[in-house]
Design a protein around this ligand. Structure first.
Ligand SMILES: *Cc1c(COP(=O)(O)O)cnc(C)c1O
Length: 360
């Protein structure tokens, strides 16, 4: 058996140490004679696991009092719709800053539940930059301002947390949560699907300020209401226990690595190395995103002759470098460098790129 260097955008690489631990505990977790998947979520053992995972995430991100952490089923897409259901009253308006595919989708899915106003967008330039904060047309009466801190497909990162006044800032951090330190207190709500930087798909981590949980939102079934999930410690119904467990193992691993400060520095170095290799290739490779907006997590690049893309994908896969094909909507190539992707993987990719260039 050999594991490839995995550059998948999502579901993505999970730290090998986490997978090995899960493997060793698969048949008998915690001496209970069953795997964690086979236990009641209401039992003492699982409740302790759940509480520890939350505490570890709070420690890692420095989540202040006054915020709840929810471990929800589903994906980020579901919350594109559920966020306005919870945060916006009937007839209300919310602002969206759109810097790529996921922001566009967030607007579309929110539209049945709120007047989703695009306050700024970089669509006109083909999503290669973040519109400058001064150009955002924000409505001070908006229910919230929604941003996507990292656009996974377009490879665009919003590095500075924007000042949006007293309107709560809502952020889709699916592909950059835990990749570097952030100031949680600047946000009203943060949400992230787990399958990029945390663990398996089917789990969403949400960090939400108490005053937003208290908003009445719209009439809806309990199962959609975040306040109900919070009141029931994310066990309003059966949670994704396996996902919660793996997320908890990843949080422990992150602590052992030195937390988000250490990860942020590693991620900066990994991305810098790869962008330097692209920029230093005399135009053989190129990266379309404006330098200040280049994502550390998803490096989008291309070959001067796109007819070589398919060959690059094939040969890199043969060399043990998997999932470098760009998103089908954009073509080209993409290397995702999440926390679980070590610097050696980036070194292997750069060596392959140089060899490919020599040969083609
Ligand atoms: C992957 C991704 C999503 C969608 O996640 P699903 O789990 O498929 O719903 C949304 N936003 C961002 C930024 C993503 O990377």
């Amino acid at each position: 058996m050999s594991r490839a260097w995995n550059f998948s955008a999502g579901p993505a690489a999970i730290p090998e140490a986490v997978l090995r631990r899960a493997q060793s505990e698969l048949l008998d977790w915690n001496g209970g004679g069953a795997s964690v998947m086979e236990l009641s979520h209401r039992g003492k053992a699982f409740m302790e696991l759940a509480a520890r995972a939350e505490q570890d995430l709070r420690d890692l991100m420095g989540i202040p009092d006054g915020y709840r952490v929810l471990f929800l089923q589903g994906g980020a897409t579901q919350h594109f719709a559920q966020i306005p259901m919870n945060l916006a009253a009937e007839g209300a308006s919310a602002d969206y800053v759109v810097t790529g595919h996921w922001g566009e989708k967030a607007v579309r899915e929110a539209s049945p539940y709120v007047t989703a106003r695009v306050a700024a967008s970089s669509a006109d330039g083909g999503y290669v930059d973040v519109p400058p904060r001064a150009s955002w047309d924000l409505n001070p009466a908006a229910s919230y301002v929604h941003i996507t801190t990292n656009e996974t497909i377009h490879g665009i990162e919003m590095r500075d947390i924007p000042d949006v006044g007293n309107v709560p800032l809502v952020a889709d951090m699916s592909s950059d949560i835990l990749s570097a330190p952030i100031d949680v207190s600047r946000f009203g709500l943060i949400y992230a699907g787990a399958q990029k930087n945390i663990g398996p798909s089917g789990l969403v981590i949400m960090i939400v300020r108490d005053d937003l949980l208290a908003r009445p939102g719209r009439p809806m079934a309990k199962i959609f209401r975040y306040a109900e999930h919070a009141a029931n410690d994310s066990m309003l119904n059966t949670p994704n226990t396996w996902g919660w467990y793996l997320a908890g193992l990843t949080f422990q691993w992150l602590k052992e690595q030195g937390g988000v400060v250490a990860m942020g520095e590693r991620n900066r170095i990994k991305a810098q190395k790869l962008y330097d290799a692209i920029d230093g290739s005399d135009g053989y490779y190129s990266a379309p995103v404006a330098v200040p907006a280049r994502s550390r997590m998803n490096v989008r690049f291309g070959i001067h002759d796109s007819a070589l893309d398919a060959l690059f994908v094939q040969e890199s896969a043969d060399a043990g470098l998997m999932a470098l094909k760009g998103h089908k909507a954009l073509g080209g190539l993409r290397a995702s460098l999440y926390n679980a992707v070590p610097e050696e993987a980036v070194d292997a990719l750069i060596a392959f790129m140089q060899d490919f260039r020599r040969r083609h």
